[in-house]
Structure formats: structure tokens, C-alpha cells
Design a protein around this ligand. Structure first.
Ligand code: NAI
Ligand code: MG
Length: 355
């Protein structure tokens, strides 16, 4: 069965890492006889400058036709970040009810954590971030703009259905891993939504007695992720906490350049979206040095989601092999390889030749 993938390169290094990933996917498709086709959407901040919108009016309808979406990154200096994010990325997540944001991370052989005592394998976890409600809500507003009594209100929205389904996803995922869930909370300081989150976590934990479950206050949790990251398996967190924790865990592993994410609609009614955790990295854009691994690992998650487990496993093996070799590590990992060299190595591994 063929799969049509909608591709949004976006801004900065986004198109670079997506082009690299497409090259690698072509090799995977070739080797595994997969029928993958692509529809490119050039939506970006550049387009915004020309048209005044981040995507066309029928953008979401067009995306709805695809089996999956592969996205690079959006955002560019000159366009406020809330305009670019709320004009493209966030509507996709919400309209397609991609309520789960899975963000795995691991320390592979060849990578060096800034935490010197951490050995490869000493960190292997998934942040399961609630992706459509919580602190990133549209409810609120601003009053008295420009006056001394100006005010801004932003309401955090936590629903029983929303918390239940993300927590259940985390428990189910933990069952396929080391059977341990840690819930990120702040119920000591945030007195309505977070105690509610904790209550739902406790209720769902009773339904999953085979999975161990702890909760950690987000501030102490951040410290523990740095001091003892090997402890954690699946971390379930609200939209904001999950966003922050996944950058932190990626940095602990050595670089945000390798961190992938899957925005999942587990009901499969809508297409899911796969994208690296990083942004458009204006500081290195156009130099051909971006690490493509975050996007390639995202493509591994996409292949898994589309039912191509074997191809996914082999592509992941290629990722591990390219990281193991100092000659194919990018600058963010302390190497000297450029995007093209890593891409070529990945393609060679996929095709069964080591470079
Ligand atoms: P960023 O993730 O783009 O960059 C942070 C740092 O990590 C930079 O020093 C960058 O060079 C480095 N980096 C990121 N990806 C890398 C890669 N693949 N290889 C090597 N180094 C890499 O975050 P920043 O600078 O806060 O945001 C830049 C723009 O991206 C902003 O407009 C922001 O809104 C947008 N953004 C978009 C996201 C998305 O599309 N999902 C997520 C995060 C930020
Ligand atoms: Mg982020």
C-alpha cells in the first residue's frame, strides 16, 4: 500500500534537514520496496512576508489528504514567533487532534553527554507531552494595551478527557519499554489544574497496576533529569512542562540536533505529523551544517506509525552507526561532518554499505 506524505520544510535549517531525510527515505523505500510519495508545501515565514499568512486558507484541507506529514521547522527573525507558530504548526496539531507529542531521546555510542559520568545507554527515555490543551490555550486576552494598567490573561485548560488520554498513552507506551511512568506536576504552586492532573494520573495508574508510576514537581524534576537521567523511562507532562523537559533531556543527551518528535492522533482519523524538536536555527541556516538526525529519527517514528516496523528498525540502526563513527558526526556533537556527509553515510548504511 502506498503512502502519500505531505512535506513542509518551513524555515531556516528546516528545508535542509527535510531534504536530507527525503534522500535517506528514498534509500529506505528502495531497499524495502515501500511506495512513498511526497507532496511539498512551501509554507514558511518567507511566504508570510509575501501573502500575510503562514499557509493558504485551504491548507488544513490539503494536509488532511495525506497519510502523514513531515515537517522541518518554522520561525524566522522578522516574523514574531507567536505568529509563525500559531499560523502553521499549532493549527495542524489541533485541527488533526494530534493530542500526543512523543519525544524520545537516548545517548548513543559516539555521543558525549555534557554530563561526563553518563555512558551510552545511560539515558533512554520518552517525553509524552500533552499537545492540544493545557497552558498553550487560546483562551485569554489583553486589556488596556499601552496603558499603565495594561493586563494580559492566559487561561490554562485541562479537561478530564484530555488528561486521561495522554496519561493512558504514557502507560501503554511504558508497557512496551521499562514499565515506569513519571508524571511532571506542580500541584504545590498551581492549585487548580495541577491537583486535577495528579488526580487523573492516580486514577489511571490504578488501571495500569503493571506499570510503576511516580510524580515529580517540575522544578525538582528538572534537577533530577540532570543529576540522574538514567532513572527515567516515560515522562508524562502537560503541554508546557513537556515542551521544556524535552529540550532539557535532549541537551543532557548531548544535542537538540538529534531529538525527534511525533505528533500523534492515535485514533488515526487524521494524519499525524513528524518533526524534529529543534527550531529553524537561524544561526547556522544556509551553511549546510545542520544535524539531520533529529528529522531522520522523526522519519523512523513515521515509518513505525505507517506500519513499516522493519524499515524503521533498519533506519534506526543506520542512525546509530552514523553516530558511532566520528567522521559522520556534525558540529553540534563535537564532530566536523556537514549535513551532506551524514546524509550520505545514512544512505550508505541503509543500502548495506558502510562508508
Ligand atoms: P533552535 O532549536 O532553532 O536552535 C537552538 C540552538 O540549537 C541553536 O544554537 C541552533 O544552531 C542549534 N540547533 C538546532 N537544531 C540543530 C541541528 N539540527 N543541528 C545543529 N544545531 C542545531 O531554537 P531557537 O533558536 O530558540 O529558535 C529559532 C526559531 O525556530 C524561532 O523562530 C522559533 O520560534 C523556531 N522554533 C520552531 C520550532 C518548530 O518548528 N517546531 C521549535 C522551536 C523553535
Ligand atoms: Mg520546544
Amino acid at each position: 500500500m502506498g503512502h502519500e506524505i505531505g512535506v513542509i520544510g518551513g524555515d531556516g535549517i528546516g528545508p535542509e534537514v527535510v531534504a536530507a531525510t527525503r534522500e535517506v527515505l528514498d534509500a529506505v523505500a528502495d531497499v524495502h520496496s515501500l511506495d512513498l510519495s511526497y507532496v511539498e508545501h512551501g509554507w514558511s515565514c518567507r511566504g508570510y512576508a509575501e501573502t500575510g499568512s503562514m499557509m493558504p486558507d485551504d491548507g488544513l484541507d490539503r494536509l488532511a489528504q495525506h497519510d502523514a506529514i513531515l515537517l522541518g521547522a518554522v520561525g524566522w527573525p522578522g516574523v514574531p514567533d507567536h505568529v509563525s507558530l500559531w499560523g502553521l504548526l499549532i493549527p495542524i496539531r489541533r485541527h488533526f487532534r494530534q493530542y500526543v507529542n512523543e519525544r524520545p531521546i537516548a545517548l548513543f555510542e559516539g555521543m558525549e553527554s555534557p554530563l561526563r559520568r553518563l555512558e551510552p545507554g545511560g539515558l533512554d527515555l520518552v517525553v509524552v507531552r500533552e499537545n492540544v490543551e493545557g497552558e498553550y490555550s487560546e483562551i485569554g486576552g489583553r486589556l488596556n494595551r499601552g496603558f499603565p494598567d495594561e493586563l494580559a490573561i492566559q487561561e490554562a485548560v485541562f479537561t478530564r478527557a484530555g488528561v486521561t488520554r495522554i496519561v493512558d498513552h504514557a502507560f501503554a507506551l511504558a508497557r512496551t519499554r521499562r514499565g515506569y511512568v513519571t508524571s511532571a506536576t506542580k500541584s504545590n504552586g498551581i492549585i487548580h489544574t495541577m491537583p486535577f492532573w495528579d488526580e487523573v494520573v492516580r486514577e489511571r495508574a490504578e488501571q495500569h497496576p503493571d506499570v510503576r508510576c511516580d510524580q515529580e514537581l517540575i522544578d525538582a524534576f528538572a534537577a533530577k533529569v540532570v543529576l540522574d537521567p538514567g532513572r527515567f523511562d516515560v515522562i508524562v507532562a502537560s503541554n508546557l512542562f513537556g515542551d521544556i523537559l524535552s529540550d532539557l533531556t535532549a541537551a543532557v543527551a548531548g544535542s537538540i540536533g538529534i531529538a525527534p518528535s511525533a505528533n500523534l492522533d492515535p485514533t488515526r482519523e487524521h494524519p499525524s505529523m513528524f518533526e524534529p524538536v529543534h527550531g529553524s536555527a537561524p544561526d547556522i541556516a544556509g551553511q549546510g551544517v545542520a544535524n539531520p538526525i533529529g528529522t531522520v529519527w522523526s522519519a523512523v517514528m513515521m515509518l513505525d506509525h505507517l506500519g513499516h516496523g522493519e524499515a524503521a528498525t533498519e533506519l534506526m540502526a543506520a542512525v546509530r552507526a552514523s553516530l558511532r563513527d566520528p567522521a559522520t558526526r556534525t558540529r553540534d556533537l563535537g564532530g566536523t561532518a556537514d549535513t551532506a556527509a551524514v546524509t550520505a553515510a545514512l544512505v550508505a548504511h541503509v543500502r548495506g554499505r558502510t562508508s
